[in-house]
Design a protein around this ligand. Structure first.
Ligand SMILES: Cc1cc2nc3c(=O)[nH]c(=O)nc-3n(C[C@H](O)[C@H](O)[C@H](O)COP(=O)(O)OP(=O)(O)OC[C@H]3O[C@@H](n4cnc5c(N)ncnc54)[C@H](O)[C@@H]3O)c2cc1C
Length: 462
């Protein structure tokens, strides 16, 4: 009954599903503990939501995750261990804020708006940090006010608690910038959980001193490429999407398109949405399946326009922009470390991403270059090169930056997020309690799942 006859069969102590940062970090920890491991990856590459895109002269931009920052000790440590280096995100110069047909300049994270709006933003951020401090990151549904906080979206909370239009606009930009979801999509409890898991709302949104502080020389996909290389031949099986997991108390068979792996434990290191698309035999408990139905992937298109030089720097501009007008809501100077060529990065997020993700790339180029021209002048209208990635259209991601909870899901299904089912353990950025949703959380979640599995299996046989 176990395993498909037409797929080649392998045996290992542990089968890991997904060769993103979480799956590879798990495999690396297991291999270090003396366990045999096979990683099944659906795509023909490793790295998952990290992806390098060459732009000539051996330089790259990243179509997926790119930034690391302070307190992200696990990913920063791994970067150093793998012999990679970081460099600071370009931030010299003034930033742009666009609202109501006007473009203003500002420095720091919060745009310079009218004093009343600015004061209100400050108060609201302080209040959110205070509320987040009451949310236990390993069990958000146990927060004293979890029932009320999980019974509303961020939008409904904002309508009742934020008075000025400008503060609402800035908060909406913060929500779509961090979660790639509209305030109406996401549970207030999830927003608070996420703030808690990172440390504060400021660390989520800041460049210097925050999650956007540094970049990886050569691109973040190198982290996964180097981990896979260290694992050695025959460990990572690419182009092998796992379609079915058969399981009993102490064994599991993960059947992919090319290879079936018989193992004692499985670590499923894919976003919950995709974990729910694998067939399980016997079926998973209803609450766990419900979780994968309710945890929603965000909506983002990451777009980059490449110019001969970063001409905006000559005008004292940093390249960073926040725009209420959109559809590009947030932008950065994303040029390589030596500043050549000039690269402007723009995110389409939330509703704007949903409207653009099924368009063809030429149409998105027109829209994005149009926004850059409005903000940075006519020189931005015709980039030499344009690249983007609509992550929701990707079969093996189906949305990004990551999964978030709508109202009620943490309360009713949250306990199933990390709880193993028989021999099946769960990893991935969505399962992290520290830096949930980020590369750091992905690495930590993989190591934690590996630790739990290794402890169950006891000492390896030598
Ligand atoms: C545009 C964008 C920007 C981002 N920016 C940042 C940032 O600046 N900093 C940051 O820290 N984070 C950022 N993130 C988030 C970050 O990319 C993720 O948190 C992290 O990479 C997730 O790693 P993971 O291993 O948990 O999941 P994934 O990277 O999604 O890995 C899962 C892997 O499983 C594979 N898979 C799926 N289903 C199956 C199956 N059935 N069988 C076999 N394999 C399967 C997938 O192909 C994938 O390789 C960004 C994400 C995106 C998309």
């Amino acid at each position: 009954m176990f395993g498909r006859r037409d797929a080649e069969s392998r045996d290992a102590d542990v089968v890991v599903i997904g060769a993103g940062l979480a799956g590879l970090a798990a495999a690396r920890a297991l291999a270090a503990a003396g366990r045999s491991v096979v990683v099944c990856e659906a795509r023909d590459r490793v790295g998952g939501r990290t992806l390098n895109e060459p732009i000539g002269d051996d330089k790259v931009v990243e179509l997926g995750a790119q930034w690391v920052g302070p307190t992200q000790d696990r990913v920063n440590g791994l970067i150093a261990e793998l012999g990679l280096e970081t460099f600071p995100t370009h931030s010299a110069g003034t930033n742009l804020f666009e609202r109501g047909g006007r473009i203003g300049r500002y420095e720091g994270t919060i745009p310079k708006v009218n004093p009343l709006g600015l004061a209100e933003v400050g108060l609201v951020l302080k209040r959110l940090n205070g509320m987040a401090a009451a949310v236990p990151p390993e069990a958000p549904w146990r927060a004293p006010k979890a029932g009320s906080w999980d019974g509303q979206t961020f939008e409904s909370w904002m309508r009742r608690n934020v008075r000025t239009g400008v503060a609402r606009d800035i908060l909406r930009l913060a929500i779509i910038g961090v979660w790639a979801a509209e305030p109406r999509d996401v549970s207030l409890l999830h927003v608070l959980f996420y703030i808690r898991s990172a440390g504060s709302i400021e660390i989520l949104t800041d460049t210097e001193g925050g999650a956007q502080q540094d970049r990886v020389v050569g691109g973040t996909q190198l982290i996964s490429l180097r981990m896979a290389e260290q694992l050695g031949d025959g460990v990572v099986e690419l182009a092998n999407p796992v379609r079915r997991i058969q399981w009993a108390a102490d064994r599991v068979v993960a059947t992919g398109d090319r290879i079936a792996v018989r193992a004692r434990r499985a670590i499923v290191a894919v976003p919950p949405t995709l974990a729910g698309r694998i067939a399980y035999d016997p079926p998973l408990p209803a609450v766990r399946d419900g979780l994968s139905q309710r945890m929603v992937q965000g909506s983002v298109v990451k777009c980059m326009a490449v110019y001969e030089r970063p001409f905006w720097r000559e005008r004292g501009l940093s390249g960073a922009v926040t725009s209420v007008t959109g559809p590009v809501s947030v932008g950065f100077d994303n040029s390589p470390p030596d500043g050549t060529p000039g690269v402007l990065l723009g995110f389409l997020e939330g509703r704007a991403a949903r409207e653009a993700m099924d368009l063809d790339r030429a149409e998105r180029r027109r829209i994005v270059a149009g926004c850059f021209a409005r903000l940075f002048g006519p020189e931005a209208a015709d980039p030499a090169h344009y690249v983007d990635q609509a992550w929701a259209a990707e079969e093996w991601s189906r949305g990004c930056y990551g999964g978030f909870m709508p109202p009620g899901a943490w309360s009713d299904n949250g306990a199933a997020l990390r709880e193993p089912v028989g021999p099946i353990h769960w990893a991935g950025a969505e399962t992290a309690t520290v830096w949930n949703g980020y590369m750091d959380g992905a690495v930590g979640s993989g190591r934690e799942a590996a630790g739990a599995v290794a402890a169950q299996l006891g000492d390896p046989v030598t």
